[in-house]
Design a protein around this ligand. Structure first.
Ligand code: BG6
Length: 480
């Protein structure tokens, strides 16, 4: 087929027959197209499968019909005219055949298993496809995880940088495309009332929880190697952590923003290996019930080795050695098969100084991502009646607009990558610092085994060891 001539840009998805493309990338492209947000860009799917273009389009259409409630065949026909398919592997000769098909401005999206990121970046580079001309850009979007630990992340970076400059590399963390992540910045820096209390003088603790009810869902080959620390904490939760703790940037410049984020990570105190169980906890789910559905334990999931010690739950405690956060514990945890799908960033203010009401009274400021996008302030008010008693109230502020389209993280990030806004993507030093912080935990967890927790529960009891005196975990699925 012949694609439209003089198209502004091309998106090449490498690994186009895989799960990520099917479940996330094409639904995002389709929705953007339907909402007239998709820029003038053609799409080339590239993969090893010897498929025809028609077969590829049919595969995409079948999936869209399954995932998109509002699937519109007319929109699809228009979009499909912009899509091509090329079969090939990651060698330079094979990739070089893409050259006449792409625009001067082309974005290569690596929707591949992580162990192939290096090969793909190198193959594209050797094929000359990373070389930018005056008339356009060449960008490389790399999925997570970026590396497997500190050393492999550095090695991957060097391999990529043999052909691609840091400015050309867009490391994705899809949590940065979520509304709540962006709202953290807006709410923190567009309101004056928060800043005076957003520090160690007033905050007693921060809890960041991303809880899922899903299990490994057929991704066992990847997940059993990764585990919850690599899959969620190293990237998504660390990003939420930096957005919560960073200082205000003076401008929305990508480098300034990322510099402020990385400063937080640089100031994180090393986790002491000799007291590791007070700083990190891991768990693995056993059989249980989610809602009213019985689910198997991790070791009974298809493909998982019976003696696997991979953690499906991870929690860590971090301290930031800077003026703003000295002494405030940040607790981060994430797990599969927990009591509820539930994600939030919860900041607790210290108790009021006097015992005027006979009990300690603190407030929580909560940025919730799931089940609803919301800011909650948990406060105290008078309990109606003749006595001067207190009762807890939740000042809830949902900020979703029901009458406007909801954009997914992938929609937002695809557009930002095409626009070239690197502020939505990770700079290498963010990734590097995050691996540095977690190295003692990764080392310690090479031996021993995770604590069991029943599917549908709050996670392993061992997580309570992380809490300092007076703190306890918030309830997964709770509100206050
Ligand atoms: C992915 C992890 O990055 O994020 C998955 O690999 C996890 O294991 C997912 O389920 C959670 O993202 P979301 O957007 O569904 O909350």
């Amino acid at each position: 087929m012949s694609l439209h001539s003089n198209t502004e840009s091309t998106v090449v998805i490498i690994g186009a027959t895989g799960d990520l493309t099917r479940r996330l990338l094409f639904p995002a492209i389709y929705r953007l197209y339907a909402l007239h947000e998709w820029p003038d860009a053609n799409i080339i799917g590239y993969a090893v499968e010897d498929w025809s273009r028609d077969k590829f389009l049919q595969h995409l259409e079948d999936n869209l019909r399954q995932f998109e409630h509002d699937f519109d065949p007319k929109v699809w026909t228009e979009l499909a005219a912009r899509i091509d398919y090329r079969q090939g592997d990651l060698t330079k000769d094979s990739l070089a055949k893409l050259s006449p098909k792409i625009s001067p401005s082309t974005l290569f999206y690596l929707a591949l298993p992580p162990q192939l990121f290096g090969d793909a970046a190198q193959g594209l580079g050797e094929a000359g496809l990373s070389t930018e001309s005056k008339s356009g850009y060449r960008r490389l979007v790399v999925e997570k995880p970026f590396g497997w630990d500190f050393a492999s992340a550095k090695a991957l970076r060097e391999r990529i940088h043999d052909y691609w400059s840091e400015e050309q590399v867009y490391r994705i963390d899809h949590f940065l495309g979520k509304e709540t992540s962006q709202n953290l910045l807006v709410f923190r820096f567009a309101n004056r009332f928060l800043e005076p209390v957003w520090n160690a003088a007033h905050v007693s603790q921060v809890q960041i929880t991303v809880g899922e009810t899903l299990g490994v869902e057929g991704r066992w080959q990847y997940y059993d190697k990764a585990g919850a620390l690599r899959d969620m904490i190293q990237n998504h939760l660390m990003q939420l952590f930096t957005l919560t703790a960073m200082d205000a940037p003076a401008t929305w410049d990508a480098e300034v923003l990322r510099e402020h984020k990385v400063e937080v990570l640089r100031a994180v105190r090393g986790i002491p290996p000799e007291a590791l169980s007070d700083y990190a906890c891991r768990g693995q789910y056993t059989k249980g019930t989610i809602g009213d559905k019985a689910v198997p334990g991790y070791l009974d999931e298809t493909g998982i080795p019976k003696d696997s010690t991979t953690e499906t739950f991870a929690a860590i405690k971090l301290y930031i050695d800077n003026w703003r956060w000295q002494g405030v514990p940040f607790y981060l945890r994430s797990g599969k098969r927990l009591a509820a799908r539930f994600s939030e960033i919860a900041v607790e203010l210290k108790d009021v100084p006097t015992g005027l009401f006979g009990k300690p009274l603190s407030n929580w400021i909560v940025f919730r991502m799931w089940p609803d996008q919301c800011i909650d302030v948990v406060a105290w008010a008078k309990d109606p009646g003749l006595q001067l008693n207190t009762r807890k109230i939740v000042l809830a502020t949902p900020y979703e607009k029901t009458d406007e389209p909801d954009y997914t993280a992938y929609e937002q990030l695809l557009l930002e990558a095409l626009k070239g806004d690197r502020g939505y993507f990770l700079r290498f030093d963010e990734v590097e610092e995050s691996w540095r912080i977690l190295t003692p935990v990764l080392e310690a967890w090479k031996s021993g085994s995770p604590a069991p927790y029943g599917a549908g529960s709050q996670g392993p009891d061992e997580q309570n060891r992380l809490m300092i005196h007076g703190h306890s975990w918030r309830t997964i699925g709770g509100r206050d």
